[in-house]
Structures are given as structure tokens and as C-alpha cells.
Ligand binder design. Structure first.
Ligand code: SF4
Length: 387
């Protein structure tokens, strides 16, 4: 009798093409896990909608581009179930049922929600500052242009004016800062949807980074609550912590699309060269013979990943000032260019046959739907709502 493999669920919001930070941070790990576990990889398009609900026109292409990067990075449709969240409607059903088991105050304690609100609040304050500057300029203009007798009347009107300017600027339909409406219902409830995503496949393990532990905790709480109310259905999923080398962006910050500092998986030669040659290095090393600080230089971090065998020499030469940054960049470009070649080739094949990506997704959807419906039948029965 063959031992049943444990189930893993992981996924990503569709953000288009992925970068080497994703490759070394997530995808290499997924590729390894496929042979050990029953793996489900979700394209989390509903999650993307919580913040991208206004601009959905690129969603389809973003899904294709992301799944192509999964495939070229070794995620195999033979070994794993690759599916699109919104194609499996059972996720929505379980989400609704789970939403009855979570209190509002628990959701308001979600750290991601707090970060999101803080970000929006900062934006709002900036907008308010701009508004107040505009109002001040208008008031000054009016007072200067009025004669002495009319200033008293004007003072009363100023109050009215300030209020109308504030409401126009802060409550307008066009503004991206919805005052008093910072978070939509979908965003508030996304950890509940995430719990449904994980538990609908009765996943035992979820590969995550340390910073995501609080999110998994809510899933575990929901699973426990459901099991205690209706009987044992869900395993309590365990985190599988990702320990991976962090890849810095070309400006030395965290590699992220929003910073515009990424190197894509299979980046083409021309743009790779441009990105590497214009990359940030140690600002204290202006001339070749200036002593450098490789530990703070992203180019050195790339050497550590793509040119491992020569890093001792490079470090030594950089510190002693016998290595120039241009030479250092040329060397790493050549290594990275070579590394990218198989990814480019595989990507080119899928680029020519984008329908193939959807065929793979359709197959994955079918398998995911079977498992999800199997869980929902148990859930409905346990909750006595299978009438
Ligand atoms: S020599 Fe290389 S490692 Fe040193 S600062 Fe320049 S690019 Fe960075």
C-alpha cells in the first residue's frame, strides 16, 4: 500500500512576469516540494482584485505571464495542480461559510490590514497638505484683492469656503483617497478567503516566509473552530518556513516591481546588460583603486548567486581596490546572461503557444475542482446544510 502524500497549497497573485527574487525565494522551493508532496499552486486572481479591482484589463495576460514563469522555473503540470482561484467557485462558498466563524475584531487585528491603512493614511495626509496649501493660496489671493470694509464679510465666508474646498478635494469621486472608506469589504475578508483556499484542499503544509506567519495563524484558528463546532474535517496546517537567499534589486533595495529594480526570469540580453551596467554599487568606490565594501553592493550579491566559485577573489580585490566596478559588472553580466538562456528558450516556446498555458490551467482546474467539491460535500454534510 502506498503512503498518502501530505498536501501543500501555495500561490501568488497574478502580477505578470516574475523576477529572480521570486525564482530563488519561492519557485525553486516549489519545484523541490513537488516530488515530496501533493502540490496545489493557485493563481490568486480574486485576491488581486481586492486592490486591483479598477484595472482588470491586464489580468488575463498577467496570469499567462506568471504561469509561464512557473512552468519555465520547473513547476510541472504532471507533478502539480496549477489552477486559477476564480475558476473553482467552491472557494467562494467556503469563504462565505468561514466568514461566519470569524469576528470582526479578529479581522481588524490583521497586520497587513494595518499596514495598508497606514500607507493610505500617509497618502491621505499628503493630499490634505496639498489641499490646505491650495486653500491658503486661495484665501491669501482673495484677502489681498478685497478692500478694507469687505474684509469682515469675507471672514465669515472663509469658513464656508474652507469646508467646501475640503469636501471637494477629499470626498471627490476622482480622488484615489476615499476618505473614510479606506478598506473595502473584500480586503478586510481576504484572510478568510485565504483560509478557504488552503483548507478546501485540506492542506497539511503551507510554505511561507516568517512575516506571513500571522496570516496562517488565522487559517489555523478557523480550522480549529470549524472542527470543534461541526466535527473533524480539516487538518491544522503547519508552516514550512522558506529559508532562502534574499536577492537585492539593482538599486540595492528589496527586489520589487513597484521599485522598478527587478531582473526578470529570462530577461533578454540587451535589457539585462542595461540593468546590470547601470546598477547601484558601493557609492564610496568611485575609482578602481578606491577600497570597496562588497557586502553592501548588489553586484556582489549577484556574484554570490551566479558566480559562487569566484566570490572570495572578487571580495578581496574589491576591498583592496584592485578591481573596478565596470569590470565586475561585465563579469556578472556574462554569468547571468548564460544562466538566463535556458529560461529564455523555454519562455519563447510558451510565448508562441499561449493557448498551451490555458490548456495546462484547464487541466489543473479540473483536478482542483474535484478535490474542492469533495471537501465541500463533507463540509455541507457536517454543517447539515446539504438539503
Ligand atoms: S568592485 Fe564589484 S563588488 Fe566591489 S563595489 Fe564594485 S561592483 Fe561592487
Amino acid at each position: 500500500m502506498t503512503e498518502q502524500r501530505k498536501v501543500i497549497l501555495s500561490g501568488n497573485r497574478p502580477t505578470g512576469r516574475l523576477h529572480i527574487g521570486h525564482l530563488f525565494g519561492v519557485l525553486e522551493n516549489w519545484a523541490k516540494l513537488q516530488s515530496e508532496y501533493e502540490t496545489y499552486f493557485e493563481v490568486a486572481d480574486w485576491h488581486a482584485l481586492t486592490t486591483k479591482y479598477r484595472d482588470t484589463e491586464t489580468m488575463k495576460q498577467d496570469i499567462e505571464d506568471m504561469v509561464i514563469d512557473w512552468l519555465v522555473s520547473g513547476i510541472s503540470p504532471e507533478k502539480s495542480v496549477i489552477f486559477v482561484q476564480s475558476h473553482i467557485k467552491q472557494h467562494a462558498e467556503l469563504h462565505i461559510l468561514f466568514s461566519m466563524l470569524v469576528s470582526l475584531s479578529r479581522l481588524l487585528r490583521n497586520p497587513t490590514l494595518k499596514e495598508y491603512i497606514a500607507e493610505k493614511e500617509t497618502l491621505k495626509l499628503k493630499t490634505e497638505k496639498k489641499t490646505l496649501n491650495k486653500i491658503a493660496a486661495n484665501i491669501t489671493h482673495k484677502i489681498i484683492n478685497e478692500n478694507e470694509e469687505r474684509r469682515g464679510v469675507l471672514e465669515g465666508k472663509i469658513k464656508e469656503f474652507v469646508l467646501s474646498e475640503l469636501s471637494e478635494n477629499l470626498f471627490s469621486e476622482d480622488t484615489e483617497v476615499p476618505y473614510g472608506d479606506i478598506v473595502n469589504y473584500g480586503f478586510l475578508g481576504y484572510p478568510v478567503l485565504q483560509a478557504a483556499d488552503i483548507l478546501i484542499y485540506r492542506a497539511h503544509v503551507v510554505p511561507i516566509g516568517k512575516d506571513q506567519l500571522p496570516h496562517l495563524e488565522l487559517t489555523r484558528e478557523i480550522a480549529r473552530r470549524f472542527n470543534s463546532l461541526y466535527g473533524q474535517v480539516f487538518p491544522i496546517p503547519e508552516p514550512l518556513l522558506n529559508e532562502f537567499a534574499k536577492v537585492p534589486g539593482t538599486d540595492g533595495r528589496k527586489m520589487s516591481k513597484s521599485y522598478g529594480n527587478t531582473i526578470l526570469i529570462g530577461e533578454d540580453t540587451q535589457s539585462l546588460k542595461k540593468k546590470i551596467m547601470s546598477s547601484y554599487t558601493d557609492p564610496q568606490k568611485i575609482r578602481k583603486n578606491d577600497p570597496g565594501h562588497p557586502d553592501t553592493c548588489p553586484i556582489f550579491q549577484y556574484h554570490l548567486i551566479f558566480n559562487r566559485e569566484n566570490t572570495d577573489i572578487i571580495k578581496n580585490e574589491c576591498i583592496k581596490g584592485i578591481r573596478g566596478c565596470v569590470q565586475c559588472k561585465k563579469e556578472i553580466f556574462s554569468k547571468m546572461d548564460e544562466f538566463m538562456e535556458p529560461y529564455r528558450e523555454k519562455r519563447a516556446t510558451f510565448e508562441k503557444k499561449r493557448d498551451l498555458v490555458w490548456d495546462i490551467i484547464k487541466e489543473g482546474d479540473k483536478k482542483a475542482r474535484v478535490k474542492a467539491e469533495e471537501t465541500m460535500e463533507i463540509v455541507r454534510e457536517k454543517m447539515r446544510i446539504n438539503y
